[in-house]
Design a protein around this ligand. Sequence first.
Ligand SMILES: C[S@@+](CC[C@H](N)C(=O)[O-])C[C@H]1O[C@@H](n2cnc3c(N)ncnc32)[C@H](O)[C@@H]1O
Length: 207
Amino acid sequence: MRKIAILTCALVALCLSAHCEPHPHSPLDSPTREAVQKPDEVVTLANIQEGMVVADVGAGTGYFESRLSRAVGPRGRVLAVDIEADLVSQMKARFAREGLVNVKAKLGTPDDPGLPASGVDRILLVDTWHHLQNRSAFAQTLRKALKPTGQLVIVDYTLEAPVGPPAAMRLSPDTVIQELEAVGLRARVVPETLPNQYVIVAEGSAP
Ligand SMILES: C[S@@+](CC[C@H](N)C(=O)[O-])C[C@H]1O[C@@H](n2cnc3c(N)ncnc32)[C@H](O)[C@@H]1O
């Protein structure tokens, strides 16, 4: 299942480029990705303040981390979690190379990203929700990690997008909202200009 997830991830990222060009590093870091992924817009929608603790769950190669690092500033902290040990090693090397001292790469398990209880202001999952095996339990776990004013931000492919995961893996925004509300979160789709994805923001930490 993990191998399928990684393969899908790589294929999705490859197809993010209109010409499906190979990239010398990871396709997730292809320079052509920025135009369609709009990472600055995603970070703005996450409404991150200086000093916050932000978790990027399913961080992959750490594509979002330089932006998240800047957004939280020197007093804040970014936890970049992935379940693939190779990716976590790559992220550690990348963060050291880029001097991202407030970002930590962390190995999670498929059921638990290992976030501190009631300790995270923002949890970001980009192109990752549809990979999760048990989304209900995972949503519960994320809810417990949110601070009382915390928010969960999910970015994933629309059913209609011309690129993205196989149709059978895609989830409509309504389905994701139902999954989040089933564990007590309040969730809504927020306006954005991403060509192929929707953005959902959820809040309501565990009592
Ligand atoms: C499509 S990639 C997206 C990577 C990154 N978010 C980005 O936008 O560049 C999905 C990532 O989610 C990771 N993943 C899948 N299931 C996971 C889980 N249960 N917990 C944490 N990461 C997971 C995969 O290993 C993969 O790196």
